[in-house]
Ligand binder design. Structure first.
Ligand SMILES: [Zn+2]
Length: 286
């Protein structure tokens, strides 16, 4: 199946009342575990590579591998650049073969975020790629696995500003800040569902939830019912994979490197399958 963009799958998810998982991979074994699970579950997938993870792989080689693999799969696959922070990174990603990019200007003042996002939208159009942006700011560093983060209400997305932002930039999807954080949570997560409903009422493009790890099934159901169509998910996969390796080592018998990778992949597959069920992604095929 050809590699697709967010425009090809998120509006349908919105119509069906479900979400598509945007699962981050930081190496080939993790990407394989994610893609194989989505084939098994027969659901579309957004396979994401985050700029903060570029240090773990050669981007050109990884994308060449992923494009070849995805093209052979019987499911729609979006190859998405997660949290590109500059125009240069976006352009490089598009040239190397991402079908979708996120430009993250959420730490910038509003007008600068608009200008950066507009430039990314214009560039992506030359490649037929889709663009996600973020307004308001989801706290916590991507790739953070240690310290719990608390959401900051001052950074939550303003509905009127979100409507203006989408109209001004022409983005295909908008990441919103409604109480989630990247990495582990400090205390119990609390989603501002009324705020999400208000944003949904005035913004036409599909909405994106970052910081999915650590939320309950009910949190996801409530968020999806109020217009979330894409959920970013990484931390829990990473922690679960490491736990699987620790459990294997704790058995005290000699194991080889491939055994560790295989154990980690098996656990990632379990977590991804569980999340697909929670997101209701199989509704896409109904
Ligand atoms: Zn994010």
């Amino acid at each position: 199946m050809p590699i697709v963009t967010l425009r090809d799958i998120l509006p349908l998810a919105q119509t069906k009342g479900c979400a598509v998982g945007s699962f981050n991979a930081a190496d080939v074994s993790m990407a394989d575990a994610i893609l194989d699970t989505c084939v098994q579950e027969n659901v579309p997938v957004i396979l994401s590579l985050a700029e903060v993870h570029y240090r773990y792989f050669d981007l050109a080689d990884f994308l060449t591998y992923l494009r070849a693999k995805a093209a052979k799969l019987p499911i729609p696959v979006v190859l998405h650049l997660d949290h590109g922070t500059s125009f240069g990174v976006i352009r490089q990603g598009l040239e190397l073969g991402f079908s979708s990019v996120m430009i993250d200007g959420s730490a910038l003042p509003y007008e600068e975020n608009v200008a950066l996002t507009k430039a990314a939208v214009k560039e992506a159009a030359c490649f037929g790629a889709s663009v996600e942006a973020e307004l308001g700011h989801v706290a916590g560093g991507e790739g953070n696995l240690v310290e719990g983060t608390a959401a900051n209400p001052a950074d939550f997305t303003d509905p009127e500003q979100a409507a203006r932002f989408v109209a001004e930039t022409g983005v295909d999807a908008l990441a919103v800040a409604i109480g989630t954080v990247h990495g582990p949570y400090q205390g119990k997560p609390h989603l501002e569902l009324e705020l999400l409903a208000k944003i949904r009422a005035v913004v036409s493009v599909p909405l994106v939830l970052h910081g999915g790890s650590g939320l309950s099934p009910d949190d996801f159901h409530q968020a999806i019912a109020r217009g979330i169509a894409k959920v970013n998910f990484f931390t829990e996969n990473s922690l679960a994979a490491v736990q699987a390796i620790q459990e294997l080592l704790a058995q005290g018998r000699p194991v080889g490197y491939p055994d560790l990778i295989t154990a980690a992949q098996a656990r990632v597959r379990e977590v991804v399958a569980r999340q697909i069920e929670i997101f209701g992604t199989r509704k896409m095929a109904e």
